[in-house]
Structures are given as C-alpha cells and as structure tokens.
Ligand binder design. Structure first.
Ligand SMILES: Cc1cc2nc3c(=O)[nH]c(=O)nc-3n(C[C@H](O)[C@H](O)[C@H](O)COP(=O)(O)OP(=O)(O)OC[C@H]3O[C@@H](n4cnc5c(N)ncnc54)[C@H](O)[C@@H]3O)c2cc1C
Length: 307
C-alpha cells in the first residue's frame, strides 16, 4: 500500500503521480508501474523531491527505458523519470556539458556541430545520458566512459557531488562504485572530453551508423536493444540464431527475425512475464546447445504480478 501522499511534498515544480503505469516509459511498451512516479522539472527540483521523500522509500531512475523491463507487479517505492527533452547541453572549458536527461542522439549531434569527433556512436543509442553513464553504453568501438571527464551525482538525501572516473570501476556495459558495490547515486550531469573532429565528417558518420542499424535491427517494433551481453569472443545473436530461436515466441514476445539478440513486442500485447519467460527460454536453449550461459544486458526490475 502507498504510504506517500501529495500533501507530504511542498514547493515541487515537477509532476507527481501515485500508483501510476510506466509501460509507455519503456521502449518495450510493456510491464507494470510504480507506487510513486515523479517527473522532475529540473535537477534542483529532483533534489527537493528526494529530500522530502520519506527515507524508507527506495528510488529508481528511468531514463528512456530503453534497457529496462519492469515486471508486471511494478516497482515498490519511487521511480524518477529522468528524460528531459529540454535538458541543458553546453560547451564549457573545452568540455561538453550534458544533463542526464538529454537523449544520447541529441548529444551526438551537439558534439558534431561543435566540431568534436568520436561522439558519433551515441547517435544510435536511444537512451539518455544518465542511462548511458549507468550502463557504460557503447557500440561500434566507442564507450560512454572513455569520454567522461567528470560527472555530477545526487545522493538519496538530496545532496550533489562531483565525481571523476576514478570513483568508479568501469567495464563492458558495467559501472559500479570503485569498490565494486552497486551505484547508489543518481547521475544528474556529465562533462565529456571528445577529441577535435569536423562537423561534416561527423554528420556523415552518424548517417552511416544509423543506416547500418536500420538495415540490421527491428527499429520499427518495440524492443530494448540487445537482450544479452556478448560472451567473450562471440556474439549472443549468433548463438541464439544457431540455436534455432529466431521467431520463437512466448505470448506477445518474439525473438526478432531481423536480429536474434532482440526481443520484439509487435502487437504491444506482451506482458513483462512473457518477455522474462522468453529471456529464460533463450538462455536455457543456448546453454543446452552450446554450454554458454548468456547474461542479460537488460535490467529487470520490480515484482511479478500477484498470482
Ligand atoms: C533499438 C535499440 C538499440 C540499442 N543499441 C544499443 C547500443 O548500441 N549500445 C548500448 O550500449 N545500448 C544500446 N541499447 C540499450 C540502451 O539504449 C542503453 O543501455 C541506454 O544507455 C539506456 O539508456 P536509458 O536512458 O534508456 O536507460 P534506462 O533503460 O531508463 O535505464 C537503464 C539503467 O540505467 C539506470 N539509470 C538511468 N538513468 C539514470 C540516472 N540518471 N542515474 C543513475 N542511473 C540511471 C536505470 O536505473 C537502469 O538501471 C539499445 C536499445 C534499443 C532500444
């Protein structure tokens, strides 16, 4: 039962909703909601929300929900929706400053226009800067943290800190605190150091990378990108395809015919339970046929629906 009521908060400028659905905030267009959903007006408003939220309530960030499966029973505590189409992007002291709610493709284009190189890979990651920081998002040889000079973070008590890459252990699609423990703070902004490039070269490269994606990924259907991490020296998609799983379905969730490491929800009818059952099935069949246990790259959160 929800213990929080709107009267617990004052002076907030964002949008507060209780027992609210979240499927439209995930790229799979599936899954449950959360007890409390807050869309902050800006970073100071988010800090104010956290300071007023009863301390026993857990907080989960969602950016563009492009790597997240929320189980059908929903998330206990508060979800903060971080995507901010008006989020600040700026050039400062030779670095590019981006608020966490900015979409990665927008950062890629901003970097190109400012004659920076090597940010083009971000154009194909349909998430936020915050999500890319939490996941160390990357593709085509580029990874988010290779270009991070520093980040701004927000603690559960509503206080800000500035941290550097040395404060984290960074790996393939993985970021933890330096001591290996899970991240406990939200990312609210980052300063990136990209090498000098040129805008027309960067624009051409973005166009080329997007065309490559369009040709190989089912971008017209709800999906969450690669479901599994690539195992060392191999590709999850190759293993799934060789196990004969392309097109296999559980309820409304299907292994994409176009890219075997994608699960699509073509009719928008899949439950999170369908998607999770399909993930488990793919894992089991690939393990039985190849001896390799695929590890999910997507984050699965929340509780199963009550039986
Ligand atoms: C078509 C498609 C293609 C994709 N291609 C790629 C690719 O090439 N490379 C790649 O790496 N990924 C890819 N992805 C996956 C996804 O886009 C990335 O993982 C992206 O970085 C997730 O960002 P998000 O804002 O959507 O995060 P969400 O899914 O909203 O969240 C992901 C995780 O980050 C955490 N998080 C989000 N925001 C914050 C924050 N501000 N502070 C702290 N934690 C936060 C969440 O709690 C969650 O644990 C693809 C997805 C799709 C749908």
């Amino acid at each position: 039962m929800n213990m929080v009521e709107p009267r617990h908060f004052s002076g907030l400028r964002g949008k507060l909703a209780l027992d609210a659905p979240l499927s439209k905030y995930t790229s799979w267009r599936a899954g449950g909601g959360a007890d409390i959903v807050y869309t902050p007006a800006d970073r100071d408003d988010l800090a104010s929300f956290l300071r007023q939220l009863p301390i026993f309530e857990r907080v989960t960030a969602i950016g563009l929900g492009s790597n997240t499966l929320i189980r059908d029973g929903g998330v206990r505590g508060a979800v903060v929706l971080m995507h901010d189409p008006g989020g600040v992007l700026a050039v400062a002291d030779g670095l590019i400053y981006a608020e966490a709610g900015v979409a990665c493709p927008k950062l890629a284009r901003f970097a190109a226009v400012h004659d920076c190189g090597e940010a083009e890979f971000l154009a194909g990651i349909p998430g936020t800067v915050g999500g890319a920081l939490a996941m160390n998002g990357g593709c085509y040889g580029g990874e988010t943290w290779s270009y991070v000079a520093k980040v701004e973070t927000l603690k559960r008590d509503g206080s800000f800190s500035v941290r550097t890459p040395a404060d984290y252990t960074i790996g393939y699609r993985s970021v933890t605190r330096a001591d290996g423990r899970a991240l406990s703070e939200l990312f609210t902004a980052a300063w990136f150091r990209f090498p000098a490039g040129n805008r027309s070269g960067a624009r051409d490269k973005i166009r080329e990378l997007l065309a490559r994606r369009l040709a190989t990924q089912p971008l017209d259907l709800p999906n969450a990108g690669s479901v599994f991490r690539n195992p060392p020296g191999d590709h999850a998609a190759r293993l799934i395809e060789s196990a004969g799983l392309k097109g296999y379905a559980v309820g409304g969730a299907h292994v994409s015919e176009k890219h075997a490491n994608f699960i699509v929800n073509p009719e928008r009818s899949a439950s999170a339970a369908d998607i999770e059952a399909l993930i488990l099935h793919m894992q089991q069949i690939v393990a039985a046929k190849t001896g390799i246990t695929l590890e999910p790259e997507v984050r699965i959160i929340g509780e199963a629906a009550a039986a």
